[in-house]
Design a protein around this ligand. Structure first.
Ligand SMILES: [Zn+2]
Ligand SMILES: [Zn+2]
Length: 351
């Protein structure tokens, strides 16, 4: 024996296929070839896996739809028979094999039921994160960090100017204004799925326990959130309530209702809206908002970058939004990047 350690025997290398050989960009969105299904397809498809209920991701007319039970009920509420001829629910963390692919849904922290799709094929793993955020949201479980070979990310707010403030401070501004103007109503423009229910929960957490008034377009989704176990407190449909009954009240409505005749039924409304876009002051001005609230259901610039670092994937694909800045920042840190430039995904709430 000459004292040297035996050379390790090199094991035969398992060559996992690169995700770009099996996860393909097509005109209707991401296609998982060895499983023969699409993720959030933009046209009616035979098999669709849906990340969440927003209308740019959950479209009607698919034959078979796989999603979380909450996303499936949101789809049924919004599109009835168009929600998919066959629906299959998968719980967070449960795994399912579709042909040669193993799939899991894990929380994305975006809205009720929102999921990232974890895909595994012959030792290669990709995560399609859909839309996501990293802040605490009382209406859904937090984003789950999953390591992978390729991480597919959105880039809605991928510019350094987008830094979302603390949502508690934004809600405090609303409550201060309600105190300051007790003779007026406060009309808050909110997107119907996710933002409305989050704003209600934040108001409850801040101690506001009066009934919250809703535009008819928000009632169904608030009821759905309540039936899934969320205590939104008392909410009421504005309906034919006379102006006098809405003095000093908080009213939630879709953002479009602010400029609509509908808002005239409110007593001297203070126009507010809750959106990540309101970081851009010009947007608030254009919409005639007196009280813009910067509350977003997407990750901001720092959170997008921190997420790429935490997930630690050597390669990141960017689906939609402001890809260039994020691609530049990620490349600087040695992450391989690719812009997928998927068409048909827009922020639904361009306030
Ligand atoms: Zn979304
Ligand atoms: Zn989206």
């Amino acid at each position: 024996m000459d004292g040297t350690l035996p050379r390790p025997i090199s094991l035969p290398q398992m060559h996992a296929p690169h995700p770009e050989t099996w996860l393909k960009t097509t005109p209707r969105g991401l296609y998982v070839e060895p499983g023969d299904f699409y993720i959030d397809p933009t046209a009616p498809s035979d098999r669709a896996v849906i990340t969440h209920g927003h209308s740019d991701h959950a479209r009607g007319g698919h034959r078979h739809v796989l999603a979380t039970a909450q996303t499936l009920s949101i789809m049924r509420l919004r599109m009835g028979d168009e929600a998919g001829r066959q629906q299959q629910a998968l719980q967070y963390g449960e795994s399912l094999t579709i042909k040669d692919v193993t799939l899991r849904l894990i929380p994305a922290g975006h809205v009720l039921g929102s999921a990232q799709v974890v895909l595994e094929y012959r030792g290669s793993r990709a995560v399609v994160s859909g839309d996501y955020k990293r802040r605490r949201d009382p209406t859904c479980p937090p984003f789950d960090v999953q390591s992978c070979d390729v991480f597919v990310t959105e880039a809605t707010f991928a510019l350094p100017i987008f830094k979302h403030p603390d949502d508690k401070d934004e809600i405090a501004k609303l409550l201060q204004s309600v105190q300051l103007f007790p003779e007026r109503a406060h009309l808050v423009g909110v997107y119907a799925l996710g933002k409305a229910q989050r704003v209600i929960m934040l108001l409850r957490e801040a101690g506001y326990d009066a009934p919250i008034w809703l535009h008819g377009a928000l009632v169904g989704l608030c009821e759905l959130y309540r039936s899934s176990g969320l205590d939104l407190g008392e909410f009421r449909h504005v309906g034919d309530m006379p102006k006098s009954g809405l003095v000093g009240q908080i009213v939630l409505a879709p953002p479009s209702a602010i400029e609509d005749r509908w808002s005239r039924r409110l007593p001297d409304a203070v126009n507010c809206a809750a959106s990540g876009w309101l970081r851009v002051k010009q947007r608030a001005k254009q919409r005639g908002l007196e009280l813009p609230l910067v509350i977003s259901d997407h990750a901001d610039w720092d959170e997008l970058n921190a997420t790429l670092d935490e997930v630690g994937a050597p390669e990141v694909w960017v689906t939609h939004g402001r890809e260039e800045a994020l691609i530049h920042a990620a490349s600087q840190r040695g992450i391989r990047t690719r812009a997928l430039s998927l068409i048909g995904f827009e922020d639904e709430d361009p306030v």
